[in-house]
Design a binder for this molecule. Structure first.
Ligand code: SAM
Ligand code: SF4
Length: 335
């Protein structure tokens, strides 16, 4: 088997795969899903065995970091079997990191087992510390359950990074309380700019848009922020809060161009590989996967897809209209 690592046409090595293992979720966050989402028929989803074959294929071709997401990854039936299977790549040393992004609702149940599978750090999405606001934004979620899940993660020895979507008129007033809470609990914190994903038929995405430039300026009124050189190969930039020593991340896919260092591709739960979060082009990997038990077809489909990875994306809020808006939901491509 040809083990030449995946390098795209712009000389970017592809070392990071994000995998959505389900489009389903036990929450209905207003910026992510409509209240009455229609989910994919089960037969369209990759089975856990197929997910294993696909991810293992990518690991063979040089992927060193695997992030499992969704939908809510921990509501996928049998998902721990999959994490357990992936842990063999950590043991072999081929995979450097196995991690997940979760809404935290199932962590009480799974945190210890996740830690046992070699997971060291997880991202938990949390936009507010106010129980009523939490119920409003997630529609179906309960704050106490998520906070308890985060506590379970800590007990299991997992490091937690909190991901907070910056939403105008929603959590602007919680900027400092969130920061203080994360400092007290020793969680890293990253803010995400809301993205124009899917047609949710509720709030206009532009109404919720709170630029992280403004958010950062607000932080700088109270704290000294030092830019850190650290890069993840993705859209995150980091600062250190000198007064507390905290590291704060900013994910600004709309206002910054991070494409030149992009090292990642995204796989949906139906086996579509998106080479760029902001472009419609994708490659179907399910067909070659199902066509043959041998991985040769799959591997050439992966290589052909990477050869099409575009230079960059087209999101643009600057003209106050959502150009480059994507029709697919974050829960489909996996955030
Ligand atoms: N259910 C898990 C969770 O909430 O962490 C994983 C999937 S979720 C789609 C991944 C991330 O995408 C979450 O941090 C969520 O806040 C973020 N997200 C969803 N819709 C978004 C949007 N329209 N703009 C920006 N971030 C979004
Ligand atoms: Fe579910 Fe995560 Fe989307 Fe919220 S952001 S609806 S938790 S997938």
């Amino acid at each position: 088997m040809d083990r030449t690592p995946l390098i795209d046409p712009f000389a970017r090595p592809i070392s990071y795969l994000r995998v959505s293992v389900t489009d389903r979720c036990d929450f209905r966050c207003v910026y992510c899903m409509s209240e009455n989402m229609t989910f994919l028929p089960k037969a369209d989803l990759l089975t856990l065995e197929e997910l294993d074959r696909l991810c293992s294929g990518f690991v063979r071709l040089g992927v060193e970091k695997l992030r499992i997401t969704g939908g809510e990854p921990l509501v996928r039936k049998g998902i721990m079997t999959f994490f357990r299977a992936m842990s063999r790549h950590l043991e072999s040393g081929e995979l450097r990191e196995l991690t997940l992004t979760t809404n935290g609702s199932q962590l009480r149940k799974y945190a210890a087992e996740l830690a046992d599978c070699g997971i060291r750090r997880i991202n938990v999405s949390l936009d507010t510390l106010d129980a009523q606001k939490f119920a409003d934004i997630t529609r179906w979620g309960r704050l106490d359950q998520v906070l308890d899940g985060i506590e379970a993660a800590r007990e299991a020895g997992l490091r937690v990074k909190i991901n907070t979507v910056a939403l105008k008129g929603f959590n602007e007033d919680e900027l400092f309380p969130l920061l203080d809470w994360c400092a007290r609990e020793d969680h890293d914190l990253t803010f995400i700019e809301v993205m124009p994903m899917g047609d949710l038929g509720n709030e206009d995405r532009l109404d919720q848009y709170w630029s992280l430039k403004d958010l950062r300026a607000r932080l700088a009124e109270r704290f000294t922020l030092t830019d850190l050189a650290e890069r993840s190969g993705g859209p995150a930039r980091y600062v250190r809060v000198e007064e507390t020593g905290q590291k704060i991340g900013f994910i600004t896919p709309l206002t910054h161009n991070f494409c030149e260092s992009c090292n990642r591709v995204r796989l949906t739960c139906t086996g579509e590989l998106y080479m760029c979060l902001g472009q419609e082009d994708m490659a179907d990997l399910r067909a070659p996967l199902r066509a043959s038990p041998d991985d040769a077809l799959l591997e050439s489909a992966i290589r052909a897809a990477i050869a099409r990875k575009p230079k960059g994306h087209d999101f643009d809020y600057s003209r106050q209209s959502v150009t480059g808006q994507m029709s697919r939901h974050m829960s489909h491509t996996g955030g």
